[in-house]
Design a protein around this ligand. Sequence first.
Ligand SMILES: [Zn+2]
Length: 145
Amino acid sequence: MMSEQKTKIGVFAAIFVISAWLISIVLLMNWEFRFDNPLTYIMILVQMHLYTGLFITAHDAMHGTVSHNRPTNNAIGQICTFLYACFPFKKLYKKHHEHHDHVHTEKDPDYYNGSFLMWYFKFITEYITWWQIVLMAIIFNILKL
Ligand SMILES: [Zn+2]
């Protein structure tokens, strides 16, 4: 059983990562990109790390370790997977547990016995749907305005 203290730390860390991601993405959506500006590359690295933080938080939520309160845990997981790439948390949760239940077998949705490029194509098509791409494009264009 997760202690109350660990839950508070988990929720605080999640809120910190989500907030930092939001601040950074809003800043970057208003950023005047120039390839000769070294800050551009630093900010890309910062945003990449924050995306990783979102996914790590989502992964923790899939394992129920963000909060011992299941609705809070799953809500944070849903927020993180949505911000990451408009993923439905329930779908990722199901596939992620299939992955852990059948690691490195044909039943593992993350497994493919072939070249890296074919694995990557299978991995992407396993998780990304057309409606996610459309939704991300709509959100991007709304934020750009
Ligand atoms: Zn896992």
